[in-house]
Design a protein around this ligand. Structure first.
Ligand code: 5AD
Ligand code: SF4
Length: 357
């Protein structure tokens, strides 16, 4: 398969419905993944720090205007404890995610938390932050306090579609989001982004452009998954048709496979949203070229309140959940990369090139 897929070819693959042809695509993507990271997939322990958010994205269950969302914020001890468990279980890294909060107090708190985690785990964990759009100085402070990676989804690479998914209130600006991704790279992070798939008003044309956008942005990590309506949101209540759950899963898997063909050495996550729509979704995402999965280590009572979308699966016993998933992976010839941070080769190459420039 030609590694330099054109827009028209991407479109054709995205619209492909033939099962056998899809299997050929997934096998190809998996081979490429195996070439760059072997049969290993990497674990990231996800900790959902807080569902307090200043933003009001029209699709998200924890948007600030959703009065039904019960707000919470974990205290530092809970996060450090989850980090210790992750470390003891052999996770190479930790992701701290929360709604978007800005200000000096929050910036200071995250800096201190990063230092506490490193202290408690012998600076062995790779730490990813996913805390929304912040000032460049804030990104830098957190980088210096020990964060290695940052995830900020662009959600869609189309400015027009972005406007349909976000309120026009000055706080949701497509250009600012693009600038934020550049800031993150400049601040020295392994930079991650991604899109939602099967959104209202979204076509395969948008998705083909998203794939080319992610390559053009030279990202190190990508997390993308199906859109899942939340009943207490404007988009969840809107009378617009979206692809069926099965179609959104299929589209998401093809997006992962095509991205793997376009970007051989990046980390691609197989997301919880995929698992929400298909019990085997996360495994399928890895079989289609993904190489990262993020078990949720947030205490279950809080994880339930971090409800971005409907029916998010929350496991009361995540240890057993991981063991079971590991058995499924092993049956498919894949293994978990224990005690490895699993840094994307792409980042190492990008840094080398930066030094040369
Ligand atoms: N369906 C799927 N993904 C969602 N997100 C937010 N709301 C939804 C939804 N309804 C995703 C966004 C965001 C990430 C944290 O969760 O892509 O960046
Ligand atoms: Fe806040 Fe993120 Fe949800 Fe938007 S998607 S409302 S920024 S948590």
């Amino acid at each position: 398969m030609d590694p330099v897929l054109t827009y028209d070819q991407l479109l054709r693959y995205l619209e492909m419905e033939d099962r056998e042809a899809q299997e050929v695509l997934f096998t190809e993507a998996r081979k490429i993944r195996e070439h760059s990271s072997g049969n290993k997939v990497y674990l990231r322990a996800l900790v959902e720090l807080s569902n307090i958010c200043r933003k009001n994205c029209l699709y998200c269950g924890i948007r600030c205007a959703n009065k039904k969302a019960e707000r919470f914020s974990l205290d530092d001890d809970m996060v450090v404890n989850a980090a210790k468990i992750a470390h003891e279980m052999g996770f190479g890294s930790l992701v701290i995610q929360s709604g978007e909060v800005r200000g000096k107090a929050f910036t200071g708190r995250i800096g201190r938390l990063l230092r506490k985690i490193h202290q408690a785990t012998g600076t062995q964990l790779g730490i990813t932050l996913s805390l929304g759009e912040q000032r460049f100085e804030t990104y830098k402070t957190w980088r210096e306090s020990g964060a290695h990676r940052y995830l900020l989804r662009i959600e869609t690479s189309s400015e027009d579609l972005y406007k349909k998914l976000h309120p026009d209130d000055g706080a949701h600006d497509f250009r600012n989001r693009l600038d934020a991704l550049e800031d993150l790279k400049r601040a020295g992070y392994q930079t991650g982004s991604g899109v939602m798939i099967g959104l209202p008003y979204q076509t395969t044309h948008h998705l083909a452009k998203d794939l080319l956008f992610m390559k053009e942005m030279d990202l190190d990590m990508i997390g993308m998954g199906p859109y899942i309506p939340h009943p207490d949101t404007p988009l969840g209540q809107a009378r617009v048709t979206i692809p069926t759950a099965g179609q959104r899963v299929g589209l998401s898997l093809r997006m992962i496979a095509l991205l793997r063909i376009l970007m051989k050495d990046v980390n691609i996550a197989s997301t919880t949203a995929l698992e929400t729509l298909d019990k085997k979704g996360r495994l399928k995402g890895l079989l289609a070229g993904g190489n990262v999965f993020m078990p949720n280590l947030t205490p279950a009572a809080f994880a339930r309140k971090y409800a971005l979308y409907k029916d998010k699966p929350v496991k009361d016993d995540y240890v057993e959940g991981i063991r079971q998933f590991e058995r499924e992976l092993n049956r498919e010839g894949m293994a978990i990369g224990y005690f490895e941070q699993g840094n994307p080769k792409h980042y190492q190459e990008r840094m080398k090139n930066n030094l040369r420039d």
